[in-house]
Design a protein around this ligand. Sequence first.
Ligand code: MUC
Ligand code: MG
Length: 367
Amino acid sequence: MKITEIEAIPFAIPYTKPLRFASGEVHAAEHVLVRVHTDEGIVGVAEAPPRPFTYGETQDGIVAVIDKVFAPQLVGLTVLEREVIGERLARTVGNPTAKSAIDMAVWDALGKILGYPVADLLGGYTDRMRVSHMLGFDEPSVMVAEAARMRDTYGINTFKVKVGRRPASLDTAVVRALRESFGESIDLYVDGNRGWSASESMRAMTEMADLGLLFAEELCPADDVQGRRWLVERLDVPFIADESVPEPADITREVLGGSATAISIKTARTGFTRSRRAHHLAEGLGLEVVMGNQIDGQIGTACTLAFGTAFELTSRQAGELSNFLDMSDDLLAEPLQISDGLLHRSEAPGIGVEIDPEKLTHYRLDH
Ligand code: MUC
Ligand code: MG
């Protein structure tokens, strides 16, 4: 059970098409594979996606903080001591995806040692989630064609539309075109990645009032506290906090302050241990939850799925589990398969993923 080594391996896999949104764009999965080795020869894995526009982390920075700061503090602890591990990681501020990948790789190792899926160890609520697909910025006709492809190929019928451009009509035209093309056969919600002001957000939401949106996510800057409260009070759909709640404590502050009514839980930034705290807060505060995507690859998606399927509240809404479809390849020996709009979790111990050694050799950047 003792941790003997923690590896941080940078790799890069190109996207087939870039994902564009109000705070940035992603052209390649330049992630870090984290491997936690134990003294019985078990290896737990997870991946950290650097998102400088959201958390300030970079690929080089994640490798450095794991090699130089985190690994020396954790080697020698056992994978059962997850609260001690969390306490040591918390001595360093920031670095949410580096910390979370370590946490999830530790859970993966624990699951493999015990012989149970992490989803069962966490809660074991269900074996599947409905999938929501994220549509990045483009022309309305291109975004409608992408949604049609996702529906026809994978059976996906929930879409999160990226908004936050100026003028806002660029985005409202997309949402209207989607509703007109698919009618009530799809569910739609929007994510602004903080792109609009509170008043621009209100005008756009008024313009889309007849389009039956499920949620609005992070439309305007979180530090415009007054503007955001003003907006959230006036909206008649739940307002999802994403970038404004990187830590469980932020959820309490945002919700009690009246600037959010729902949350996105991303295992990429809160791992399993702190996502569990976020889930319990959501339950206590009566919040809707969407399992979000940090533009994860298949390993990260398997982590989101393991956590999402563990609880009723996290599996109620469709989870954002399909960004990996835009990648040209991945590291897994057996790729995740979405069909009938569903993703089933693996029954294998741990997170349930196996790295293909040849793919890792091909895509790793460190030799
Ligand atoms: C999302 O839900 O916002 C884009 C930026 C980020 O932090 O996550 C992605 C998706
Ligand atoms: Mg978001």
